[in-house]
Design a protein around this ligand. Structure first.
Ligand code: NOJ
Length: 596
């Protein structure tokens, strides 16, 4: 405990998380480890704006100690692969001790590590080795709620007047905050649950085993800050802030995005800027664009560096079935400008259901009909399937979806296994069907583990075309035309075009609604992105005001395309689900000379 950071947390039997002693705090790694070669935050303060992120569940990736559960050592052994693939940062969902009733988002010890994944030393070594390869590490920070097994909750329920009595939101009657929606509609019918032990109701926005922390209590706020400090001291590069719209409650509101919630996020940002400069905060706020943008904060009170852009994702899937660019164009047009230094986080799939909370009821029903015809494919307000089976195994559709993801404004977040088109298992519970072990090769344990597959934390995918003998990294690596090699080459191209991360976006008018075209531009680069959303080949005329005579080169091959005509149009022909990224070159010198 430092004198500058007084511990306002109550004294009691359960040790609260102390503020780290900054004088002796180190980003300590075992002595024989070579430390970070990444540019410092001062050298590259905006790395997250051009980065490609990769979400990887520690337990799903690689098992190093043959117990059927992935671990840090296993993940570390695959860093070469991730570097080869070309990702810049990993997002690790929770790896803390947990009853695992919500995939680890039900934390029972904020400063521990689930011992099945390794030790604190293993974690530090992972961070250092990732840094050595130029890969950053972002971890999940679940501060809205804990598991009901967390000692704070156990103390709160048994000792209402004790130091933790006020750590959660307790009431005698479940009569407040009734305008707040229930998020996990499959399992919960209220945000209040009765606790037999304390004889009161407690508030929870997610599962009833996940009580919400009471942010009105200054001790809770300080405890949460100390958790961030604890992990920032391990050298991680950032935090994905889980479920942040729900920190505070206020009667008569929907209890989302409230002012005190924003104030607290701004306080956290101030803390990381002061104490851990360069550490990035990423907002998980599943909200419409105008609400999400508030999580960037203001110039005077900045909040997060990156905000996930939830609304754009379902529009990509809808566009592929409707074969029109209308929905995507609308959501791009509705997306507010990014504040200085801000970035969107974009994604196609992640460890959750493909959420349909941000679409209208009519759109939702269409999405269910297209993508989740069987009720078993749905979860809460969304679809629990992986990318390849969602897109009916169509390589062309998966490629187009990635082309959109990688060229839209934002930093893309890939999901482990999607690079090889892994399948899902809709017979597993909740969202487990999209969280099965990574498929490395065609051995009995899929190269994920040498343990008996019966002991794996979840079964391997066993269905026909997606089983590990058919879909695995080793096979993809040896086949030059594989999805994996294709995606890797796309990431290489994207790396040459920082404009995809930092440039502006201008929608381009086309003669065919099925052809989505837009320009990404900054002072150094311009790329014209043209995408055919339809299942048939198309030829469209693009209007490019002010660009008469400009040259177009295919970014993938370098091949020259016809110049933009004097009437400021160009015709582009694309095969079904085809796309081009066309490097736009301004007037050449010759032309400049002629003009003089
Ligand atoms: C958001 C996480 O992404 C999800 O997996 C989890 O179930 C909820 N937060 C509740 O913790």
């Amino acid at each position: 405990m430092t004198s500058s950071t007084p511990d306002p947390t109550p004294t009691g039997a359960i040790p609260l998380i102390p503020a780290p002693d900054r004088a002796s705090a180190t980003h300590a790694v075992p002595e024989d480890t070579v430390v970070a070669t990444l540019p410092s935050p001062a050298e590259d303060p905006h790395w997250y704006r051009t980065a490609v992120f990769y979400e990887v569940l520690t337990h799903a990736f690689m098992d190093s100690n043959h117990d059927g559960i992935g671990d840090f050592e296993g993940l570390r052994s695959k860093l070469d692969y991730l570097q080869w693939l070309g990702v810049d940062a990993l997002w690790l969902p929770p790896f803390y001790p947990s009853p695992m009733a919500d995939g680890g988002y039900d934390i029972s010890d904020y400063t521990g590590i689930d011992e099945r994944y390794g030790t604190m030393d293993d974690f530090r070594t992972l961070v250092a080795d990732a840094h050595e390869r130029g890969i950053r590490i972002v971890i999940d920070m679940v501060m809205n709620h804990t598991s009901d097994q967390h000692p704070w909750f156990q103390a709160s329920r048994t000792d209402p007047s004790g130091p933790y009595g006020d750590f959660y939101v307790w009431r005698d009657r479940p009569s407040e905050y009734l305008d707040a929606r229930v998020i996990f509609v499959d399992t919960e019918d209220s945000n209040w649950s009765w606790d037999e032990v304390r004889g009161q109701f407690f508030w929870h926005r997610f599962f009833s085993h996940q009580p919400d922390l009471n942010f009105e209590n200054p001790a809770v706020r300080e405890a949460v800050k100390n958790v961030l400090r604890f992990w920032a001291d391990t050298g991680v590069d950032g935090f994905r802030l889980d479920a942040i719209p729900y920190l505070y409650e206020e009667d008569g509101t929907n209890c989302e995005n409230l002012l005190p919630t924003h104030d607290f996020i701004a306080e956290l940002r101030q803390m990381v800027d002061d104490e851990y400069p360069g550490t990035v905060l990423i907002a998980e706020a599943n909200q419409p664009p105008h609400e999400v943008v508030a999580y960037f904060g203001t110039d005077a009170a900045p909040e997060c560096h990156v905000c996930f852009h939830f609304p754009i994702m379902p529009k990509i899937f809808a566009a592929l079935r409707e074969e029109t660019s209308k929905g995507v164009r609308e959501v791009l047009a509705e997306t507010p400008p990014l504040p200085k230094g801000g970035q969107w986080g974009t994604f196609l799939r992640n460890h959750d259901e493909l959420t349909l909370e941000m679409v209208t009821e009519e759109e939702r029903q269409k999405m269910y009909a297209w993508y989740a015809p069987e009720p078993r494919m749905r979860a809460n307000v969304g679809i629990r399937r992986r990318l390849m089976p969602l897109l009916r195994g169509s390589r062309r559709e998966v490629e187009l979806a990635h082309a959109l993801l990688l060229s839209f404004p934002g930093s893309p977040f890939l999901y482990y296994g999607d690079e090889i088109g892994m399948g899902d298992d809709i017979w597993l519970n909740d969202r487990d069907g999209v969280r099965t072990p990574m498929q490395w090769d065609d051995s009995p344990g899929a190269g994920y583990s040498t343990a008996d597959p019966e002991s794996f934390y979840l079964p391997l995918i066993s269905s026909g075309m997606y089983r590990p003998t058919a879909v695995n990294v080793a096979e993809h690596r040896t086949r030059p035309t594989s999805m994996l090699n294709w995606l890797r080459s796309m990431l290489q191209i994207r790396r040459k075009y920082p404009v995809f991360g930092i440039g502006s976006l201008t929608l381009v008018a086309t003669s065919d609604d099925a052809v989505l075209a837009f320009l990404r531009r900054d002072e150094r680069q311009s790329v014209l992105c043209v995408n055919n959303l339809s299942t048939t080949s198309r030829s469209a005329r693009l209007q490019l005001p002010g660009m008469a005579g400009w040259h177009l080169y295919d970014a993938a091959s370098g091949n020259r395309f016809p110049d933009v005509r004097e009437d400021e149009t160009v015709d582009i022909t694309l095969g079904r689900h085809g796309f081009y990224w066309l490097d736009v070159t301004f007037l050449d010198e010759e032309k400049d000379d002629e003009d003089q």
